[in-house]
Every structure is written in structure tokens, then in C-alpha cells.
Design a binder for this molecule. Structure first.
Ligand code: ADP
Ligand code: MG
Length: 305
């Protein structure tokens, strides 16, 4: 049985050193705060370069944080065997995770060697088949094949199956559907919905508003390393307060509805009287579980630095 973990980011910052001579630095992630409860999908949305993958990699312990605090069930990320048993990432390009020389199921053998050395052959084969069926693949069709004999969607789902063979509690899914065709994308999203029902926490990273966004209970909108708006998905997209969130929504083509440009935002949240600071990353609380940053428009005297 799976048991989720509570992920908490509190003003998490990442500064990369830039340039070969140690001169400048780039703040890729700037005081980002949000959390994800077990059994919850949180979507992290922002354009390319906004810092999404950096956040994913910090959660996975692949990149060190420069400031703030990042905890899973109250404990700081400590990469190692015990950690990766419970926290895993699946990334955009499934092909890069496989060695073309070896059969795709080698990714399962590696898990067995590292985490389940005591499990016998027969029992292991049963577990693998179950995990493969859990991701809605036919073991007979995918096991024993080489990566080039499988589609991107099949490889992606095998990676999720591999994660299921661990005592997984939290999954970072970084743009996992962008390489998939529409029908496979829906399969993978259904799979994430299933994980959530089993109690896992999922961070669903995406660069555009897509079906996955609607799967998420909560949404974090990231722009240039900062959270501009976050909270309950229905509130953030039903009542978007930041001009950037409105721009994202306006970019989504909707069927059967005439295009309706969002009303221009005249004032930032501060000037609309939403002044209760949330305390994390300079956001204001607009309503229950809905926070927004100052838009910093030219006429705004309250630009949060
Ligand atoms: P996203 O996933 O939203 O496209 P990234 O987290 O990959 O964004 O990148 C955010 C910013 O950090 C970008 O400006 C990128 O160039 C920079 N960056 C990412 N990784 C590194 C690195 N290892 N060294 C220096 N800068 C990096
Ligand atoms: Mg990325």
C-alpha cells in the first residue's frame, strides 16, 4: 500500500553561478513557497526557463537549494537509496532514460538489484507484470523488447511502472506528456489520477494549460522564478487575478465559445485592496487557498522586490 508524503517549500531559492569566471549569478528560483499533500496533484505551470525543472530537481535532491527550506514529511531532502525508494521523477524525454543496447525491462532489473535483492525470480516477474498492467500495458507486448521497438508513450509508462515497484510516496512528473500523442497523453493522465487516488503526492510540471492542469487540485503559476499566483485550481483559473495567469488562459483555444479576451488588469492585488500578506515570497491572500503576487504594473507603487 502506498503512503503519501507532505511536500513543503518555504521561500525556496536557487541561484546558479553564471559565466566561466565566476562573475555573475542567475536566480532561477526566487522564494518559491507552496505545498503538496498526500493524495494531491499540484500543477506547476510556467513558460520555458521559468525555473520549473530546477524546482523538480531540488525536490529530487539532484540540485541543491541555495536558500529557504524544502522538506518532505518535515525532513530535508536527503538523496540516497531510502529517499529514492519513496520519491521519484519521470521526465520529458523517455528515450534518454533507456540504453538503446539493452532491452527496456533492464530498468526493472536495476530496481530489483538495488531495492529488492531478496525477491525470487518468479515473485519478481509477477510484481513486474502487475506494475506493467497497472500502467495499462500488456506485459506480453512490451517486456523483452528493445527501446526502439516501443513508442514514447509505452516507454514513459514503463518508467512510471518502474516507480510503482518502489514504495513510492511522491512523484515529480516533469513535462511527461509533451512528447506524447493525444490519446497516449490521456492514458498517462488517467494513470496519474490513479496514483493520486492511491494516496501519492504528484507534482505535475507543465509549460501550458492542458488537461493535466485540470487534474490538479492546486496550481502554482511560475514566472521568471517567482510564483505569481497559486491556490485551488478552480479559483486560480476561475478567478485569475494576475495578468500573467490571464495571459495563460487567453492562450488556450476553447471549442464552441467565442474568443473572449480577458479584461485588462488595471491594478495589482495590492491596489485592489488585497493586502493581507501570506508571508511566503511576497504574495497576497485574495481568498481562502488563493494567493497572488503584486503585478508590478507601471502605475503600481507597491512593487514587491
Ligand atoms: P524550465 O524547466 O521552466 O524551462 P529551468 O529550471 O530549466 O526552467 O531553468 C530556469 C533558469 O535557470 C533558466 O534561465 C536556465 O537557463 C537556468 N539554469 C538551469 N539549469 C542551470 C544550470 N545547471 N546552470 C546554470 N543555469 C541553469
Ligand atoms: Mg524544464
Amino acid at each position: 500500500m502506498l503512503e503519501g508524503m507532505m511536500l513543503t517549500l518555504d521561500r525556496v531559492t536557487k541561484t546558479y553561478r553564471a559565466g566561466a569566471f565566476g562573475g555573475g549569478s542567475v536566480t532561477a528560483v526566487d522564494r518559491v513557497s507552496f505545498d503538496a499533500a498526500p493524495g494531491e496533484v499540484v500543477s506547476l505551470i510556467g513558460e520555458s526557463g521559468s525555473g520549473k525543472s530546477t524546482i523538480g530537481r531540488m525536490i529530487l535532491g539532484l540540485t541543491q537549494i541555495s536558500g529557504g527550506s524544502l522538506t518532505l514529511d518535515g525532513a530535508p531532502v536527503r538523496p540516497g537509496k531510502d529517499f529514492y525508494r519513496r520519491v521519484q521523477g519521470v521526465f520529458q524525454d523517455p528515450f534518454s532514460c533507456y540504453n538503446p543496447v539493452f532491452k527496456a525491462d533492464r530498468v526493472f532489473a536495476m530496481i530489483r538489484r538495488a531495492y529488492h535483492p531478496g525477491v525470487g525470480d518468479r515473485e519478481w516477474a509477477e510484481r513486474v507484470e502487475k506494475a506493467v498492467r497497472d500502467v495499462r500495458l500488456d506485459p506480453g507486448q512490451v517486456l523483452g523488447r528493445y527501446p526502439h521497438q516501443l513508442s514514447g508513450g509505452q516507454l514513459q509508462r514503463l518508467l512510471i511502472a518502474r516507480a510503482l515497484l518502489l514504495d513510492l510516496s511522491f512523484l515529480v512528473a516533469d513535462e511527461i506528456t509533451s512528447m506524447l500523442d493525444a490519446s497516449t497523453r490521456i492514458d498517462v493522465l488517467n494513470l496519474l489520477a490513479g496514483l493520486k487516488e492511491r494516496g501519492l503526492g504528484v507534482l505535475y510540471i507543465t509549460h501550458d494549460l492542458s488537461l493535466g492542469t485540470y487534474l490538479a487540485e492546486r496550481t502554482v503559476v511560475l514566472r521568471r522564478g517567482r510564483v505569481v499566483e497559486r491556490g485551488d485550481t478552480q479559483k486560480v483559473f476561475g478567478n485569475p487575478l494576475h495578468p500573467y495567469t490571464r495571459t495563460l488562459l487567453a492562450a488556450v483555444p476553447r471549442l464552441n465559445t467565442p474568443w473572449d479576451p480577458p479584461e485588462p488588469v488595471e491594478h495589482c492585488a495590492y491596489h485592489r485592496g488585497i493586502t493581507e500578506p501570506d508571508g511566503g515570497g511576497g504574495l497576497y491572500r485574495a481568498e481562502e487557498d488563493h494567493f497572488v503576487a503584486c503585478a508590478g504594473l507601471p502605475d503600481c507603487g507597491r512593487i514587491t522586490a
